[in-house]
Design a protein around this ligand. Structure first.
Ligand SMILES: Nc1ncnc2c1ncn2[C@@H]1O[C@H](COP(=O)(O)OP(=O)(O)O)[C@@H](O)[C@H]1O
Ligand SMILES: CC(C)(COP(=O)(O)O)[C@@H](O)C(=O)NCCC(=O)O
Ligand SMILES: [K+]
Length: 245
């Protein structure tokens, strides 16, 4: 069966088609803030799929997307009750963001357990899957974009900067100094959190990164083993295939 996969996150909403063997084709995205009924019809009406799977952490937009998709065919919404094939060892499973559950399922399928998934999106989320495999919890911190946008908005003299590798740690301009603060500082945050998780978990654990800022940050963090851009979509696909299987 051909699936339409939807990752409705806070900055970007990603769409993809996946073939019966789970291979992901034709990915595209739209800013989440731009989603309206007419935009959905324009972006999705020409696509051919048998069923759709939605993973959403933006309830208002989820309502619009589900209203459109439900007239196109069967629809599965990812929750903690979806067929995750993963135990949830966590006090309040309904409170876990659906994208974090998809990341946990995706990492087990593509990289094995135990694992740490780091998703560099609007927020940066760390999700930990034990050897069992079970979802055991994680960490939420401000995303890289949130950290740098904040200075541009809350100060009189600092500009909005492009998030890019700084030329040097010692900035030679306002923008250069801000890039060093954002990118180098962010890598420090990530390393420290990985070290704390690893010492609490014990043993060997793979660390896989995904999300819009993964490439930029992971390139300077040796503790990150792999960047897997389609990890969330891969998890959404796995869950959807089980739900419709
Ligand atoms: N073309 C792009 N448009 C928007 N953000 C981008 C783009 N390329 C990289 N990014 C970075 O990706 C981040 C958003 O990551 P993403 O994984 O899409 O977030 P979310 O899953 O929360 O919607 C932004 O903060 C930005 O720094
Ligand atoms: C932590 C998140 C904001 C991350 O969203 P994103 O950055 O991917 O847009 C999202 O997973 C969420 O709203 N979670 C609910 C709270 C929780 O997971 O504990
Ligand atoms: K996300």
């Amino acid at each position: 069966m051909k699936l339409l996969l939807v990752d409705n996150s806070n900055t970007r909403t990603k769409f993809a088609l996946s073939d019966p063997d789970g291979s992901i084709t034709a990915t595209f995205w739209t800013p989440t803030s731009s989603i309206e009924p007419d935009v959905l019809a324009q972006k999705l009406s020409h696509l051919d799929f048998d069923a759709a799977v939605i993973c959403s952490v933006v309830p208002d937009k989820r309502g619009m997307i589900e209203a459109y998709l439900s007239v196109r065919g069967p629809l599965h919404r990812i929750t903690h009750e979806s067929p995750l094939n993963l135990a949830i060892d966590y006090p309040k499973p309904p409170s876990i963001g659906a994208d974090r559950l998809a990341n946990a399922v995706g990492v087990v399928a593509r990289h094995g357990a135990p694992a740490i998934v780091i998703d560099f999106g609007t927020a940066v989320t760390f999700d930990i899957v034990s050897k069992k495999p079970a979802y055991v919890g994680g960490v939420i911190a401000p995303g890289l974009g949130a950290m740098s946008d904040y200075l541009g908005r809350k100060t009189a003299l600092l500009p909005q900067i492009e998030l890019a590798e700084p030329e040097s740690a010692i900035g030679k301009s306002t923008a250069g100094a801000m890039q060093a603060g954002a990118v180098i500082g962010y890598r420090g945050l990530v390393r420290e959190i990985i070290a704390a998780i690893r010492s609490e978990l014990g043993g060997q654990v793979k660390t896989i990164a995904t999300g819009g800022d993964a490439g930029l940050i992971a390139s300077g963090v040796a503790e990150i083993d792999t960047v897997d851009r389609d990890l969330t979509l891969a998890g959404i696909d796995r869950i959807g295939r089980r739900a419709f299987g």
